[in-house]
Design a protein around this ligand. Structure first.
Ligand SMILES: NC(=O)c1ccc[n+]([C@@H]2O[C@H](COP(=O)([O-])OP(=O)(O)OC[C@H]3O[C@@H](n4cnc5c(N)ncnc54)[C@H](OP(=O)(O)O)[C@@H]3O)[C@@H](O)[C@H]2O)c1
Length: 317
């Protein structure tokens, strides 16, 4: 049985990853900031968690703690990173430092503890904020977000992810560590955890907030379970290195609301949408060529609503 470490195990994406790893008979070391916090209690209820999941208390800024969690592991999935639903008062401390220093600590700890392969979860936020990319060309793995543009647009989360990913790829290369980075678009889908994460608010806002008017923005989305599959798929192919964009659909907010409404008509949907000029082209062809597949959006939306009802963050009518 192979032993792997997952950072930020209690989060939205990581919980699905841990569940999938346990189902494939991996022994999982999950790092969490507080193992006793109720928000991590779902982890202990996962199938095979009793035998094969061990939680380690550590922060991304605690290098020694990371080394302890990784000891004995052949692989690491670095998933942890703060994701906030809106602007934060001190982006340098709250976003950039945990993303950049945290990822550097993870890569260095991998090298120190003899980990063979690391998968780093980046984001399309490290890809898409690039005003110099040709309009007619889908953005692919060669496209990197522009630091100055991120700063100007106050997209500090994207800036942190961009610096962290680029630095991790460099550091891994110079240290001889096998690394792949996966860049998901907006992750939606059923939640395993009981506290609502930032990207799940995308659907909950459509279902609950009853906006008079909402901008009909185009969103790039992917199901959380398909992200977890992508992380394991790339991990299992040792020759695979570099970046992989992980996205399934470009869908407008109105189209998504209409899909939800056709199945769940009784929620408090936006009353109208205003049109915005946008042309989003993003390609996950590279990942699909590895054999990655994704599920229909209808399934993602239906399963999401089901999970919101079960967790109690949405009422039946
Ligand atoms: N969701 C999306 O739409 C999306 C899209 C692209 C990429 N991503 C990336 O996917 C990863 C997971 O995101 P998510 O949506 O699953 O978010 P999430 O549910 O908020 O999970 C984030 C996790 O990171 C942990 N964390 C934050 N700061 C930390 C620190 N300083 N030290 C240790 N752990 C820390 C959190 O632990 P606590 O519970 O203790 O706060 C939490 O477990 C992140 O790397 C994110 O950038 C997400």
């Amino acid at each position: 049985m192979e032993r792997v470490c997952v950072t930020g195990a209690g989060g939205f994406v990581a919980s699905w990853l841990v569940k999938l790893l346990l189902s494939q008979d991996y022994i999982v070391h999950g790092t969490v900031r507080d193992p006793c916090d109720e928000k991590n209690s779902h982890l202990k209820k996962l199938e095979k968690a009793d035998e094969n999941l061990q939680l380690f208390k550590t922060d991304l800024l605690d290098y020694e703690g990371l080394c302890s969690a990784m000891a004995g592991c052949s692989g690491v999935f670095h998933v942890a990173c703060p994701v906030f639903p809106g602007p934060v008062p001190n982006p340098e401390k709250e976003l950039i430092e945990p993303a950049v220093t945290g990822t550097r600590n993870v890569v260095n700890a991998c090298v120190k503890t003899g980990v063979k392969r690391v998968v780093v979860v980046s984001s399309v936020g490290a890809v898409m904020l690039n005003p110099n990319w040709p309009n007619d060309k889908p953005m692919d793995e060669l496209c990197w977000s522009d630091h100055a543009f991120c700063n100007q647009s106050q997209s500090f989360y994207c800036l942190g992810k961009t610096i962290a990913e680029a630095e991790a790829l460099e550091l891994a290369k110079s240290s001889g560590l096998s690394m792949v980075s996966v860049c998901p678009s907006i992750v939606i889908g059923p939640m395993l955890q009981s506290t609502v994460n930032a990207s799940s608010l995308l659907l909950l806002t459509l279902l609950k907030d009853g906006h008079e008017s909402l901008e009909n923005k185009a969103r790039t989305v992917v199901d959380v379970r398909d992200v977890a599959e992508a992380l394991i798929l790339t991990y299992k192919k040792p020759k695979v290195e570099g970046r992989y964009i992980c996205t399934s659909y470009v869908v407008s907010m109105k189209a998504m609301a209409d899909m939800l409404k056709s199945k769940f008509p009784y929620y408090n949907y936006p009353k109208s949408f205003t049109e915005v000029e946008e042309d989003v082209k993003l390609s996950s062809e590279k990942l699909q060529k590895l054999g990655w597949k994704y599920r229909p959006l209808e399934e993602t939306l239906a399963d999401s609503v089901q999970s919101y009802l079960e967790i109690g963050v949405l009422s039946k009518h």
